[in-house]
Design a protein around this ligand. Structure first.
Ligand SMILES: Cc1cc2nc3c(=O)[nH]c(=O)nc-3n(C[C@H](O)[C@H](O)[C@H](O)COP(=O)(O)OP(=O)(O)OC[C@H]3O[C@@H](n4cnc5c(N)ncnc54)[C@H](O)[C@@H]3O)c2cc1C
Length: 409
């Protein structure tokens, strides 16, 4: 059987890995390189993800894939510190003491917040699917705690679609067990960058005889009696890892569109540390971005010889005009970084950066086998709820491969 996989991101590569050896597999990827959201910039002295990435100790599927590819020994666990920028000042919020000292919530409000977090872990998610996170927080915590704590977090994650996000998403997100000690959360990073995971997958796929055709943007897939004709080539079966609305367009089938958001992420190399030793700073102040992430406050600076900073924002519809210059100038002024300290910068616009987990989201997740011989999986799959992740995408890829193997038997 000849299987076509549309999309050479983690979902497509993982699916292909489980199918190669059993069947002939061809991956069609529109970019010049595989990797999708996990692709990297190759700079003269190092490679760095074009979008910030770390993993968690509970990422079972990612960890076992790294082990299979003999990369697990190079997975390093580092401290992930966090902070908030409010009134032009960065407040560290990593350790219990820093949280106690945080001046923008009273002691009583912090206790309410802690109780809210504890209770959220056992909240009934089904009934919360129709309620927005905003309504849920305001009802339980009041407007002040919402606007000074949860609203900036939701803004940094969902931009102007934050008010549509469901309470079910929020409580599911809180319930994800984090590997947190008194010094902060332990986050994983692959020494040398996640480019090594993509390269190892490609090597393994090549050895298994899988064909990876980059620079091929699929425009049409038409069913015939026994398979699918993809851009003129016949395949017995088709796996699409694209957002449902893209699959619907290419395959001319009805599929309910899922709300997605785009991301505009500016990466830069600089001689100054903008975030005072903190890895992840959420913007409490209104800014043309939601978070500033200093990679070299997470992975040792010596590996790169300069600070690597991500300026992250999400958008709905089209990216804001001139966003590279707008983000860069605001960042330089707000974080007091002289322009001449910036060695290089690159912008990545990702139109489908992830689903927006709006109220009623779960009922929108499409049928994973929407037409004969067509299978779909990706960031929208249940494995990626409540957070799309490398782990969820590997799991979604492995799951779609299992379904294809069962179908072909
Ligand atoms: C800003 C950001 C930060 C993230 N940070 C983390 C993190 O810290 N930790 C974590 O675990 N996860 C993180 N993720 C999530 C993780 O990157 C994704 O879950 C995962 O990489 C998605 O893989 P995928 O294959 O499902 O989708 P994608 O990576 O989007 O792959 C889809 C592929 O399809 C290709 N394609 C699209 N249209 C066509 C077409 N018509 N023809 C051919 N090819 C096409 C695209 O070019 C792309 O390569 C982050 C994601 C983003 C956007």
């Amino acid at each position: 059987m000849h299987i076509c996989v549309i999309g050479g991101g983690l979902t497509g590569l993982s699916a292909a890995l489980r199918l190669s050896g059993h069947h002939e597999v061809t991956i069609l990827e529109m970019s010049d390189e595989a990797g999708g959201c996990l692709s990297s910039y190759n700079l003269p002295d190092y490679a760095i993800e074009s979008l910030y990435h770390h993993c968690f100790s509970g990422d079972r599927f990612l960890l076992s894939l790294l082990e299979e590819l003999d990369l697990l020994r190079d997975l390093e666990w580092q401290k992930g510190s966090t902070g908030y920028m409010v009134n032009q000042q960065i407040h560290p919020l990593t350790t219990p003491l820093q949280i106690i000292r945080y001046p923008l919530l009273s002691f009583f409000e912090k206790i309410r917040l802690a109780l809210f977090v504890l209770r959220s872990r056992s909240a009934d998610r089904e009934t919360l699917d129709t309620l927005s996170a905003r309504e849920y927080c305001i009802e339980r915590l009041g407007e002040r705690i919402y606007s000074s704590f949860f609203e900036p977090l939701l803004r940094s994650k969902f931009g102007d679609q934050r008010d549509e996000v469901s309470a079910a998403w929020l409580v599911s997100r809180i319930a994800i067990r984090s590997d947190r000690g008194p010094e902060g959360e332990r986050l994983g990073y692959l020494k040398g960058g996640y480019i090594r995971l993509i390269d190892s997958l490609l090597l393994r796929l090549n050895a298994e005889g899988c064909r990876v055709e980059t620079g091929h943007k699929v425009v049409s897939a038409i069913p015939d009696e026994v398979g699918w004709i993809v851009d003129g080539t016949r395949f017995d079966c088709l796996i699409s890892t694209l957002p449902p609305q893209e699959t619907a367009r290419i395959c001319s089938i009805p599929l309910t569109p899922l709300p997605y958001q785009g991301s505009a992420c500016l990466t830069l190399g600089t001689s100054s540390d903008p975030t005072d030793g903190i890895y992840w700073v959420n913007m409490g102040d209104p800014a043309p971005y939601g978070a500033v992430i200093t990679h070299t406050n997470f992975v040792p600076f010596d590996r790169y010889g300069e600070h690597i900073v991500y300026i992250a924002s999400y958008f709905s519809g089209n990216p804001p005009e001139d966003c590279e210059e707008v983000m860069l100038s605001d960042f330089c002024i707000r974080f007091e970084i002289p322009r001449e300290h910036i060695h290089w910068h690159r912008l990545r616009i990702e139109p489908f950066a992830g689903p927006v987990y709006v109220t009623g989201y779960r009922s929108l997740i499409p049928d994973p086998n929407p037409a004969p011989g067509l299978f779909i999986a990706g960031m929208f799959s249940p494995e990626n709820y409540p957070e799309r992740s490398m782990d969820g995408s590997i799991r979604a890829g492995e799951d779609v491969a299992r379904r294809v193997l069962e179908w072909s038997d």
